[in-house]
Structure formats: C-alpha cells, structure tokens
Design a binder for this molecule. Structure first.
Ligand code: PHE
Length: 339
C-alpha cells in the first residue's frame, strides 16, 4: 500500500510540475492524456488497487481520487490562464489604430526658409524678384560685369567651365546684366539663386546660394545703400545688431565696400567665430560701376545705382549658430528636423 501511495504522490508532483511549465493548450491536452487518460499514469496505477488487501483499498482509492482531482484542477486552471494570456495578446493588436508614419511631416530646408525670409524683407522694401540661368554665358558672369578675359578678378572665384564661353555662374551678379539689358530704370530687384565655385571646406561648398540686389534710378546715393542694408540686417538679426562698411574692391562697383555685422556669437566682445575682432563679414556691395552701365546702354551721366550680393548659407549659419556649412547638404534628418 505504501508503495502505491508513494507512487501516486510522485506522479502528482511530476504532473503539477509539467503543467506549470506547459506553454500551449496542446501541451496541456497531452499532459491530461499522459496522466488522466485511459492509459494515463494515474489511471494505470489505480488499476493496481485490486492487488492490495481490501481493507486498504478505500484509503488508497481516496488518495487516488484526490490526486486525480488536483491534477484535473491544475490542468483547468492552466488552460484558462493560457487562454486569457492569448486573448490579451490578441487584444494588443488593435487593428483600428491608424498606421504609423515613417516620418513626421517634412519641413522646408533651412536654406529655403532663410532664402524666403530674405526675399520677404526685400519685397517689403519694394524690391521685385528677378531670375537668371545657373548655366551662364561668360559674357553675363564676367565680361559685362567689367571682368574681361585674363582679368585677375577671375581668380577670386574658381570657376566651373562648361565650355570656353559657358560657365556655372559664380555669382548672382550675372542677373543684374540680364535685367538691365531688358528693362529701363527705375530698377529695384533682388535675384536669389544657386551659385557655383570650385571650393570646399567647413565654410565653402561647390554650390551655395546668393541673393543679389540692384537698384538703379536717378540720384541714387551710397547712403541709400547703407540705409537699405542696415534695415535688412536689423530685420534678420534684430534691432541691436551693429553694422559697419569697409572699403573693398569689385570690378563691377565703384566705390565698393564690404559690410560687417557685430558678431552674433559674442555680441562684439571678440571670440573664436569673429577671430577676436568682434565683427563678421556678411556681404559685398557698392555703387554700380559706370563701365557696367555702358555695357547695358544706360547713360552713367543720368543714372546711378547700387548693388549688393549676400551669401544665404552664411546668414543661415550666423542666424542658427551652425559652424559647418556642409551640414546643409548632408541631409541628416536629425539636423533638418530642427528647423
Ligand atoms: N558678386 C560678389 C560676390 O559674389 C558680391 C557683390 C555683388 C559685390 C554686388 C558687389 C556688388 O562676391
């Protein structure tokens, strides 16, 4: 009798352990067959009841039934728990949820944003927008701007040549000539666009963007140029920005100047970005050279004008504190998403 009871207890222990470990409804069903089925371990063990003395049978039988019930109960509980787990997992997949977008909405490229901001300011100041081709004749890019062949100023801008007289424009000043050829003064335009120079480092890319400005009328003065550009810088960088004009040289303007703004990083105290000077070079400008007016058939005795050219990337870098121009063209989402 002892041995049958011990055997039943061992079966119980094994069965409960296996039931606990079962992962699927199918595994539980095969455990039910293994232990409680017609040829199951509990069933076959209890069949040996006949071999023990009749007065001991009720005791062993009772034990056997208890174990059967325990296993049965454990199987039912485990099956129920598994069913609930599966149901919960199914619920997890909410087919009514909208699909997940790969990206949030796109935004305009920072250069486009700054370009538009620059254009908006000049539109408010009464300028119109003019455009010209990126692939340009040598004549418009150099010749008509008072830069004849072999002029040393051609070295200032390392040029991509398409052929001996066709280039990728090195500046938007070419558009000045195209506009003046077609129209008579008064002229008040800005010309935004991509320009190309054979140059690449942290502050130069082979393609970048400029906005050209041109104003031609009677009695245009240098002080008007200073006024317009100062108003513009205040609109971009805030009222407190300091500006100064330094004498410079461009073949198509006379006199020529470079405009500086007070360093946006240190506020003019001197830092690494402004190389300790407190000033940042921001654009080139000047009064239109009479030689240019003659090329387009304007009488320099009647008309005067001013022109300027500014770099869009340069303004965007200073506005947002970006120290490497190449970031604009690498298209990393982490960078672009910040704008
Ligand atoms: N075209 C000049 C440059 O690219 C800038 C400039 C434009 C200077 C108009 C004077 C007048 O550097």
């Amino acid at each position: 009798m002892e041995s049958i009871i011990a055997r039943l207890e061992a079966i119980e222990e094994g069965a409960l352990k296996e039931i606990k470990a079962a992962q699927t409804i199918e595994q539980l069903e095969s455990l039910r067959i293994k232990y409680l089925g017609r040829k199951g371990e509990v069933t076959t063990t209890l069949r040996q009841l006949g071999k023990i003395p009749s007065e001991q049978r009720p005791l062993v039988g009772k034990k056997g039934n208890e174990i059967k019930e325990k296993i049965q109960l454990a199987l039912e509980e485990a099956t129920e728990a598994l069913k609930q787990k599966i149901a919960a997992e199914v619920k997890h997949i909410d087919v009514t949820l909208p699909g997940r977008r790969a990206y949030s909405y796109g935004t305009l490229h920072p250069i486009t944003q700054v370009m538009r901001e620059i254009c908006d300011i000049f539109l408010r100041l009464g300028f119109d927008i003019a455009e010209g081709p990126d692939v340009e004749l040598d004549y418009y890019n150099f010749e008509a701007l008072n830069i004849p062949p072999h002029h040393p100023a051609r070295d200032m801008q390392d040029t991509f040549y398409i052929s001996s007289d066709v280039v990728l424009r090195t500046h938007t000043s070419s558009i000045q000539i195209r506009v003046m050829e077609k129209e008579k003064p008064p002229i008040r335009i800005i010309a935004p666009g991509a320009v190309y120079r054979c140059d690449a480092d942290v502050s130069h890319t082979p393609m970048f963007h400029q906005v050209e400005g041109l104003l031609v009328e009677k009695n245009v003065s240098f002080s008007q140029l200073k006024g317009i550009l100062t108003t513009f810088m205040e609109a971009v960088f805030g009222e407190g920005i300091g500006v100064r004009f330094r004498p410079s040289f461009f073949p198509f303007t006379e006199p020529s100047a470079e405009m500086d703004i007070s360093c946006v990083i240190c506020g003019g105290k001197g830092c690494r970005v402004c190389k300790g000077t407190g000033w940042l070079e921001i654009l080139g400008c000047g009064m239109v050279d009479p030689a240019v007016f003659e090329k387009v058939g304007y009488d320099p005795e009647i008309y005067t004008g001013f022109a300027f050219g500014l770099g869009v990337e340069r303004i965007a870098m200073l506005k947002y504190g970006i120290d490497d121009i190449r970031l604009f063209f690498e298209n990393h989402l982490g960078f672009l998403k910040q704008f």
